[in-house]
Write a new protein. Structure first.
Lengths: 356, 356
DNA sequence: TTGTACGCGTTATCAG
DNA sequence: CTGATAACGCGTACAA
């Protein structure tokens, strides 16, 4: 039993069903005004408190508001105000705990200032990223926290950067210097690992890096090498578990690891390395020590628990967003500025002094 | 060196800085129209293709569009269209991998239909939840996928349910029957575990449940008990790792487990149980088999890998969203309907036949 | 204390 | 093939 309601002013159509409460045209400020015998202006002011209204009139208006279930259309309000109080959060993969934590921080910071967050999950897909960048160009969102980074989209980002409020989180984007950015102290993280392994007595280490293009990875590697002051064998992976496994397995097959420690660029690769070592009959940490980076949740849940560098993903998201909003709320484009957040070494069961 | 731009029509103020590209009033369709010497109507149609336009005129318009960098304000378009093409996703905690997966599914489904998703992370905070529910009442979002559930907010949900498009994901909400809902087949999950353990030869099992208030947990327990057809000792926990540890440790201290298998209501509790067993010098699966529920990432990475029931979190999010949008796109409120998604038993190293 | 009129930027309608 | 006009729903400057 379907019916149609036709609003007399607009001719717009609303379909519904008697059995499950039908969708009817929502009450507008005009409806309230005429029902209460006042002007829309008065209704507006009763609700906003922006100017004094006769208490009796106000009461009458409020009662009508309740009776009609009137709620101001935030869309119209946004149009007139010129801003939506919504920002975008661009990340490659929300199911990666690192980005999930980052998202949580961003959401918290936004919530504190009454902003909403649109989840822009890109899967590193440039088209998808473009679509979301379109939201800022069409001004549906007031700003963007950008933590993704498919290379083809960098040009677009660059074009937007000076004209719209954008903050870079977690990863710097090559060639985009004059930006607001919040990132973890990757270099210090690498240094902490280097110092830890050196203090334990290790002198030869295998370093599994991520792609060379990412500045964060380079920073980690540099920090490590400088602090470790021993021999470092380097192999380039891609941040995935499989690559950690592959690289270590290959080395083992080629005639031995010849290292007492492995430093992986992230926890996932460390997991892969652990598996490869176990398959080769090596014991961690007795035969080889293993260190990761990120401190994702599983790092503390596996056995042996993984020694790793805790990245303040939550803080990165929160800081980037808070900084961005500081300017967005004032209708300004943020200036270039850098916020480097401290990392922490979590020493767990996967590291020990090298065997004699 | 700060300046102000004052738009002559509106008197609105735009602040900027010469050094970093200033924010100036974005070009509107009127600006384009007058610069191209046509009416706004024509500009609109050139861009939308909704009616034929003289190719010469069109070319001129397009050139002006590019020169001015004109992008239609989606806000104004939404106001006129009566919908924003954005929905909300209400979840308690995005950093929980289950909800992160669910969110990914929701985002994918929304993206497919050109919809955006606002992340509504509640931390089970009723105020926060209320604020987000406000977005649907104020029609800033066209619908809501609801996977949260602080008890005090249920009334509000109920009030909204018949009037706005809402879909329940993952967890049914007590007393909210006439709704669109997508959930995993918890009962079947419990049954699969029961059959698995029985087939292995187990006849006495410890079942660690979640809070009794959650229908999903009750379903799992019922499915298990019915299929296991053996003796079941039940202990009530709270889904946290610590509670799994506590319950098992207490039982061990009271004079033995007296069971050959443990079925935990989720993986986290299973982890706690594993730790307690290990601390008591018991070996898994030799002395005791352990099964979890959810299949979070760490489940396959611990040693021994955990036998568990894989929950289709992604599919739950995707299905709930796709179903919701099916109605939203037609401006309808979804009818009551249930979508139960299949689960899968992942048999890993933590289960084996009971010792002789 | 209240109301009128206009602008926000877009698209649909109707007229030419 | 094109344009003027109204309407979406709200806030507010200005007038009374």
């Amino acid at each position: 039993m379907t019916r149609e309601f036709r609003s007399y002013e607009s001719g717009r159509t609303y379909a519904g069903n008697e059995d499950r409460a039908a969708v009817r045209r929502p009450a507008s400020i005009k409806d309230v005004a005429s029902a209460a015998g006042v002007s829309p202006t008065t209704v507006s002011h009763v609700l906003s408190g922006n100017r004094p209204v006769n208490e009796l009139t106000a009461a009458r208006v409020r009662s009508v508001v309740n009776r009609l279930g009137y709620v101001p259309a935030s869309l119209a309000r946004s149009l007139q105000a010129g801003s939506t109080s919504v920002i975008g959060l661009m990340i490659p993969d929300i199911s990666n705990t690192f980005f999930a934590e980052l998202a949580k921080g961003a959401e918290d910071a936004a919530h504190d200032l009454g902003y909403g967050v649109i989840l822009c999950n890109t899967e590193f897909d440039a088209d998808r990223e473009d679509r979301y960048l379109g939201m800022i160009r069409s001004r549906f969102i007031d700003g963007m926290v950008y933590a993704s980074g498919s290379p083809p989209s960098r040009r677009r980002l660059e074009a937007l950067m000076g004209k719209f409020p954008i903050a870079l989180a977690d990863e710097e984007v090559e060639g985009l210097e004059g930006a607001l950015i919040a990132t973890a102290d990757h270099e210090a993280g690498g240094r902490l690992v280097g110092e830890h392994l050196r203090a334990l007595g290790h002198r030869r280490a295998l370093m599994l890096t991520g792609p060379r293009a990412l500045k964060s990875g380079v920073d980690r590697a540099n920090g490590f090498v400088r602090a470790f002051r021993g021999e470092v064998v380097e192999r380039v992976g891609d941040f995935k578990e499989a690559s950690g496994h592959r690289l270590v397995a290959a080395l083992l097959q080629e005639g031995g690891l010849d290292c007492t420690a492995v430093f992986a660029a992230n926890d996932l690769m460390a997991f892969g390395a652990l598996t490869a070592l176990r398959e080769a009959g090596l014991s961690v940490p007795r035969d080889v020590s293993v260190v990761g980076f990120d401190d994702i949740r599983a790092a503390s849940q596996i056995h042996p628990a993984l020694t790793t560098v805790h990245q303040p993903a939550y803080d990165v998201g929160r800081t980037a967003t808070a900084q961005l909003l500081q300017y967005v709320t004032r209708g300004e484009v943020p200036p270039a500025s850098r916020h480097t957040l401290p990392v922490e070494l979590k020493v767990r069961g996967s590291t020990a002094p090298p065997a004699r």
